[in-house]
Ligand binder design. Structure first.
Ligand code: HEC
Length: 153
């Protein structure tokens, strides 16, 4: 097959143009992964702080409301944390997040609803209400991890 100089030039140009875009996508995927891990760890800290209060290890303080408000804010950005292609090297995000997108969305929404309720409950020093609201949040974390977080390598 004879490839004309013009076609070849076009192909070279296309490859040249595609490269930076491809690199930008790869960097975005890494940024999304980093943000996802940071946000998950922040969730862990919030849950830890609230559970220390529920267990009676610490008194109620504005820090409890802040921990729950942070969790709620985190939940609201969850839809941005799972862009396709963001299961980069080191990630434990399972491919099913993207192949079972409808079920994943159900779990994500359950978490958002539970986190909003907990943030509302944690505004005042009402241990029973906070404890009650914490249950569904914990269940939402576990529910999603069971299906969509791979075991540590
Ligand atoms: C909608 C699904 C979903 C929900 C809800 C969810 N997570 Fe995760 N979480 C994941 C996935 C997926 C990973 C793996 C991310 C990766 O490695 O790319 C993960 C990872 C983590 C990690 C490990 C981060 C690291 O160091 O690598 C922690 C800690 C964590 N989640 C805490 C929580 C807590 C606490 C909650 C609830 C308050 C929660 N997550 C709710 C999906 C979820």
């Amino acid at each position: 097959m004879k490839v004309s100089g013009r076609v070849l030039a076009a192909a070279v140009l296309a490859a040249f143009l595609a490269a930076p875009a491809g690199m930008a996508v790869a960097q975005d995927a890494k940024d999304v992964y980093a943000k996802r891990v940071d946000t998950m760890r922040s969730n862990g800290r919030s849950m830890g702080a609230i559970s220390r209060f529920v267990k009676g290890e610490v008194e109620y303080s504005p820090a409890i409301a802040e921990a729950a408000a942070q969790l709620d804010a985190n939940a609201k950005i969850y839809p941005t944390l799972f862009t396709p292609g963001s299961a980069v090297e080191g990630s434990r995000a399972k491919p099913e997040i993207w192949t079972n997108a409808a079920d994943f969305q159900v779990k994500l929404t359950a978490f958002q609803t539970a986190a909003a309720s907990l943030a509302a409950a944690a505004k005042t020093n009402d241990k029973a209400a906070i404890q009650t609201a914490m249950g569904p949040v914990g269940a939402a974390c576990v529910g999603c991890h069971q299906s969509y977080q791979a075991p540590p390598k």
